[in-house]
Design a protein around this ligand. Sequence first.
Ligand SMILES: Nc1ncnc2c1ncn2[C@@H]1O[C@H](COP(=O)(O)OP(=O)(O)OP(=O)(O)O)[C@@H](O)[C@H]1O
Ligand SMILES: [Mg+2]
Length: 585
Amino acid sequence: MNKENKELLFYLLLFILGLLLRLYKTINIELEISLRIFRYLIPITTINLIIYWLIKEKRGKQIPNNFSCIKLEINKEGINDIKDIGERWEILINKIVNMIPNFMFIVKVGKSKHVNHEDIGYDLTLWLWGGKNNDKKAYEIKAITEAIIPQFNARILDKKQSVEELRKIIMFKQPSGKGKIQAVKKVLNLPIAAKRNTVFLRGIKFSMPMPRAQGLKIGYVWPGNKNLPVRVALTDFLSHIAIFGRTGSGKSTTAKRIITNLWLRGIPSLILDYHNEYRDVIVPLGGEVFTPGVEISPLTINPLKVRGGIDVDEHIDFLIGIFEDTYSLTQPQCYMLSKALKNLYTMFDPEKTEPTLRDLIDCVKNLKEHSVSEYEIKKALLRRIEMLTKGQLGRILNSESVWDLERILDRPVSIELAHLRNDEHRNFLSYIILKLLYDYRVKKKSETLVHATVIEEAEKIIRKKPEGQISIGERVVSELRKFGEAFIIISQSPLNLPRNIIINTATKIIHTIGATSDARLLQGQLNLNKEQCSILLSLPHSCALLKLKDQPEAYPIKIEPPKRTIKVNDLLLRSLRREIWGSIS
Ligand SMILES: Nc1ncnc2c1ncn2[C@@H]1O[C@H](COP(=O)(O)OP(=O)(O)OP(=O)(O)O)[C@@H](O)[C@H]1O
Ligand SMILES: [Mg+2]
């Protein structure tokens, strides 16, 4: 018997007891005094019953019917490692959430009766609403779930059962937990009390809205209850994340935590690792680390290769922008480079051949100079391009591309750049990688989050330019948000980045900042008062202020470093991803 029926039975029994006692009283008058206490039993239980039915009716009417509901159950018997299955299944569900645009959230109803595991319950109900063809999507989810993890039984509930499930959830506060109840209330359009919590950090008050129930956990509210996790919605990743803080404040550790959790949800990341410090997380995650320019795990990229579907003129424009931003080319140098590139792609049909930097040098050499100044321009330009064909960078750039972009973008990958001799080399290579990413994403197109790129020392590639100009890095970051790519932008000082980047990164994580001027810039962005702002200069270790997209103010959180050993089987994850994405798209 469920909780609701038990309550009903209790009221009925009380009612019957009241009736019996009333009857008894009329027969045996002497008992009157001792029974006075029961005098109100009938009116009380009657009122209770009326209220009960009224609430039930009202709740029932508020439930919309444009939704579908799937109940997923697993029977422990016959399964050796139920926890393992459960973990994989959670990953799968998270993938499904990403695949279906109108899939709003998952309600965890609780542990199944069949499952006795102490940590995880595998009896879940998924709700789809607010979109079209919810029933069709429900069958699609059922098919996917059962195909990948046959141990699961996915049952699509009919409307009556679904309404009953949903009603039970709000009437009996099931599942427990404010976030979930609020989420259910949201479906039913019931008012949600805008509760605010308060935290004090070093005596300074910060207020914060109720943390989100859904999203990627990045830490927990601090100081305070460790059980109050802080989450960033996956959709907010597409408006990018900025992490700021002085050296040693914990920026990379925070980024590591984020990429680890993203990968647990099947979303890979690419790191432009300026200090070669991500290997320790990428390797346990089953990802790959490339060290371009050295013999072990090398990487070769031909910047002149025009990938299928990319317009040659746009490719040329992009390349000129990269040269201009890296080597501060003058306008006449850019013009000459543009002429040489046009000649290059006339000589080499990009659909058939792959010209190399050596070919570009020949094209520049073949340009006729009409004056001494043109000769000087040509010489300066040749010096720049020739640098790219020598030494470490030459080994990376001056050959055919043997870079399988698909493979690099479907797992966590770090590209180590610290060993490259100078910043110009590092920046040039980073730009070329961003360009490849840009071409790939624009071609593939995705509205949901599919991949994240971490840019360390972001000010070097997302350059601040004079008013009215936009750097190549800024262009890539701004445009790719529409194509399923998230950027995690890391810098010591927000002042070094273009203003638009600061304004448009929806999620900001601020560790201890090194300069008052930076703190002042962030004060407005994070909606802090003077006192709160002062703490930015001396936040405790592993603590940061977090500003989420739709929350008005920033508040303090603690970030846990990622665990080194990740239990998820990478091979299975990869094949699952292919299977799911392949079968849907
Ligand atoms: N949340 C955390 N919990 C525990 N230790 C942390 C945390 N964040 C950072 N640390 C430790 O602090 C040290 C510096 O952290 P990290 O390398 O992330 O800083 P950073 O801001 O990236 O520095 P840099 O600007 O020099 O790259 C590391 O030893 C790291 O282990
Ligand atoms: Mg770092």
